[in-house]
Design a protein around this ligand. Structure first.
Ligand code: BES
Ligand code: MN
Ligand code: ZN
Length: 493
């Protein structure tokens, strides 16, 4: 897909399809009016006849007629003019682009980008156009033997701009494209089943990323190397499977060496059966998504590299399976983590924190400016916050505020939960430094409390994405969250 910004007279663009805003009240916007005139008043006529009402998200694709400057008009309802917000802009754009994707039209220009939106400047409007295109055009085809019908045929998409907004729209399209691609990369990795998306597969995808970007260096550690580093907690999780674990390190350097990096750590459990503390069968297939934290790190690192952000960034992914077998870790086993702290594993299904704790200890060698882990960590987070927001817990108010703001700006929201020391008392063990579970109460917080003990002196934050990383039901699939939040944070840092 080629994205472009176009200025100049509305009806003088060479494109197949014009995406035109229509409100449910008031007059036609200027660009829509210009096309209406050039097409013999067809738009006003549709409006008068009631074929078009202008409700937010409504779309109508019509043949523009002979002598018209384009082949198709795609009319996009935007609701009441006074209520046009970033939310309704996104909704209208999403509906229009979904119609475009199914239309077979090869190119289009959106005039929605010209409409004023109170909480979305031209940069944001262009960025949302590109992001939304990636959102609606994504199809999971990797494992279908026949290509589905309705493969989007669009090869170029333009944002209409005026002279003053041209530059910021160019920047917005660039950012939106990198974010959209990063989101879809994360969605694809999430959607791939565990028999394809293994730790070694993730390692290969990381190496491929490293080959594509000069400033990105990728290292992959084997279990032997993890043993040398004494990653006893991580190794206890992979003990039950024959699939080899991998520890993936992606170093992106595009700032002076003296600048401390942001370090992202993603949970990479490629399948979580629960281990000996076996999960019940219903919906266990969804545990292929237990590597979505890792996937979001891949997506964010790719976006940073594509945008050549002037930062230092490290992505760390501990990757393995959690399976039961004769060699699996048993409830009651005590392991020594890389930090030297010992852990009594009372529930082998609380495995995410065990791989993350060693990754957080490993991350200390980078002296991170900010250390952020992303994990599908607790079912309790889905109960607490549902699907709209990720859980956020942090030992630094400044980092928490920055991430919450990034989530708001990117429409990829999080909500902070507390981390008082009292919660940590639930992790007391009679036999080791701590247990890996703290009972039913406040499960998201005790999990974060466990992780906080491995964050050293770093400014650290934890995103629990158990409720946000994938959708269920008819739209079942990876969401790519929280790639938008992470990239927004990196753009601002
Ligand atoms: N990967 C799961 C968390 C999860 C469950 C995410 C369902 C999304 C949907 C994690 O490894 C896990 O099993 N957590 C346990 C922790 C418990 C044993 C303390 C949980 O949430 O039940
Ligand atoms: Mn588990
Ligand atoms: Zn898990």
């Amino acid at each position: 897909m080629r994205f472009a910004v176009k200025t100049g007279a509305a009806t003088k663009q060479r494109t197949a399809c014009a995406i035109l805003p229509v409100y449910s009240d008031g007059e036609l916007p200027a660009s829509t009016r210009a096309y209406d005139r050039a097409c013999g008043g067809i738009i006003s006529e549709l409006f008068k006849a009631g074929d078009l009402r202008g409700e937010t998200g409504e779309t109508l694709l019509v043949v523009a007629g002979s002598g018209a400057p384009v082949r198709r008009l795609l009319l996009a309802g935007c609701g009441k003019r006074a209520d046009f917000s970033r939310r309704s802009y996104r909704k209208a754009t999403r509906a229009a682009l979904a119609t475009l994707a199914r239309s077979g039209q090869p190119s289009a220009i959106s005039y929605l980008t010209l409409e004023p939106v109170a909480d979305a400047d031209p940069y944001r409007r262009a960025r949302l156009l590109a992001e939304t295109w990636h959102e609606v055009s994504y199809r999971f085809t990797a494992l279908k033997s026949k290509q589905p019908e309705h493969v989007p045929a669009v090869s170029s998409l333009a944002a209409a701009a005026d002279g003053r907004s041209r530059r910021s729209m160019i920047s917005g399209l660039g950012h939106g494209e990198a974010i959209g691609r990063g989101v879809n990369f994360a969605r694809e990795l999430g959607n791939l089943p565990a028999n394809v998306c293994t730790p070694s597969y993730l390692a290969d995808r990381a190496r491929e990323l490293g080959r594509r970007h000069r400033r990105l260096t990728v290292k992959v550690m084997s279990e032997a190397q993890m043993r040398k580093l004494k990653m006893g907690a991580l190794l206890s999780v992979t003990a039950g499977t024959t699939e080899p674990a991998r520890f993936i390190i992606m170093e992106y350097s595009n700032a002076p060496r003296s600048k401390r990096p942001v370090v992202l750590v993603g949970k990479g459990i490629t399948f979580d059966t629960g281990g000996i503390s076996l999960k019940p069968p219903p919906q266990m297939d969804e545990m292929k998504y237990d590597m979505c934290g890792a996937a979001s790190v891949f997506g964010a690192v790719q976006a940073a590299a594509e945008l050549e952000l002037p930062i230092n960034l490290v992505g760390i992914v501990p990757a393995c399976e959690n399976l039961p077998s004769g060699t699996a870790t048993r409830p009651g086993d005590i392991v020594t983590s890389m930090s030297g702290q010992t852990v009594e594993i009372l529930n082998t299904d609380a495995e995410g924190r065990l791989i993350l704790c060693d990754a957080l200890t490993y991350a200390q060698r980078y002296k991170p400016a900010a250390l952020i882990d992303i994990a599908t960590l607790t079912g309790a987070c889905v109960i607490a916050l549902g699907r709209p927001r990720s859980g956020l817990l942090a030992n630094s108010d400044a980092l928490a505020e920055a991430l919450l703001k990034a989530g708001e700006d990117a429409d990829d929201r999080a909500w902070r939960l507390p981390l008082d020391p009292e919660y940590g008392e639930q992790l007391k063990s009679n036999f080791a430094d701590m247990a890996n579970v703290g009972g039913r109460e406040a499960g998201t917080i005790t999990a974060a409390s466990f992780l906080s003990r491995f964050a050293g002196k770093s400014d650290w934050a934890h995103l629990d994405i158990a409720g946000t990383a994938w959708l269920q039901g008819a739209r079942k699939g990876g969401t790519g969250r929280p790639v938008p939040l992470l990239v927004e944070y990196l753009l601002a840092s």
